[in-house]
Ligand binder design. Sequence first.
Ligand code: GTP
Ligand code: MG
Length: 470
Amino acid sequence: MHEALRIAVVGHTNAGKTSLLRTLTRRVDFGQVSDRPGTTRHAEAVELRLDGRLVVRFVDTPGLEDSVALLQFLSRQPGDSRPERVRAFLAGPEARASFEQEAKVLRALLDQADCAMLVIDTREPVLPKHRAEIEILASCARPILPVLNFVRDGASRRDDWHRALEESNLHARAEFDVVAPFIGAEQQLYTDLGTLLPARRAQLRAITAALAQAERERRQAACRLIASTLIDVAAQRRGLPADEFADPRRQQAFVRDFQGQVGRHARRAVDELLALYAFRADDAELAQLPLPDGRWEDDLFNPELLLQAGKRLGLGAMIGAGVGAVADVALAGLSLGAATTLGATVGGAVSGGWRPLWRKLQNRIDGVQELTVEDAVLGLLAERLLRLARALARRGHAAQQRLRVGDDGPGAAADGQRLVDALDAARGHPEWERGSPGAVDDADRAQLLESLAAALRPQLEPDAAAPNGA
Ligand SMILES: Nc1nc2c(ncn2[C@@H]2O[C@H](COP(=O)(O)OP(=O)(O)OP(=O)(O)O)[C@@H](O)[C@H]2O)c(=O)[nH]1
Ligand SMILES: [Mg+2]
């Protein structure tokens, strides 16, 4: 195996060099990214490790600024070849004075890189300064892969740039949106590099394969953690003596606690998904909140959203709506183990699949009111976590905007009823709720988790429907 590939990332100031590196290394905290020109002031290395092995060592560089003047200056340097003239410039006093920034870039390219990725803001018109930049970089005699950025922007002059690069003899080119890379674009980038570095082709293929593998593993881990959370919530069950439950204040507090616990399971899943895809804890906010400051997980019991989710997911009778209509709004989304408060109306609203369990509960627990979550809550939760995972898989690590994931649009957990049926097994196992008193992670839970995770897999495949706004 070759040594790690060394790639210098170069280009005009503000073209998105540091952003590209954040995305390629999945490091939201690498360097400084800002709209101001001249943000990166020094060459800085950042590593890409796959499976713990160092595979690429990137060098981020400052933006090139005064390229027209530098090109003239270089032409007056002594030396028989262009690289020699670059070396002569780097050894001279100007490399520490007026061309200090540029010198850092050229040094990185000559001394620390096997090749360069030239990041281009395609919204800019092709100007003499850009042509001068390309010429200067080409003087270092390193293969250059232009990476056309901002190609999805309405103002992109992509075609002009393709033409200009063609004229500069840069025939291999890549397009990459560092904020919202499409799945596979990263692999394509390394494949494109292979055309410039034939001796490294096997190495680049290994990187591509390792990236694809890492992507698959993340998807698998995402399905497992969503499945585990759904089991937690389906298993969640809390009881209160009937006489206390009859006290409206106690009842309200009990219900609020119960909902709060569901919210904590949901938040944990969000945090785990963010960590899995290497985003910051506050990177995701899930949209469609009725309250401006409300958190997404507080909202899982919103009767209107439950009603919509039930319809969308094709769940049987809409229990949430039935309960919401009869009892206190706070009870929407909750199933009451016994029906003293809600009476026969709930029985009427409860779907067939629910009736036996409900009765069993009634028989088993005497004088205790038990709460478990409603099917629609599970459906809504599954849907939102899947949307979030899909959106995170498509998000670049340079994105500055908070991620918003809505409840509408395509890409729902298609067969809600099947999911809910599969989770039925967990309803009889309150000990499967992680973090609850007496929690056990037994073989049956593990088995359910695996089969659920496998059922969720197709939803996260790269060609699964994209969620809105992600
Ligand atoms: N929408 C969008 N914004 C981008 C993209 N790439 C970079 N940006 C934004 O462009 C600005 C400049 O990005 P940087 O990564 O700091 O650019 P740079 O080339 O490292 O800039 P210097 O370090 O100043 O040379 C930031 O505000 C980024 O958020 C992109 O593909 N799409
Ligand atoms: Mg930068």
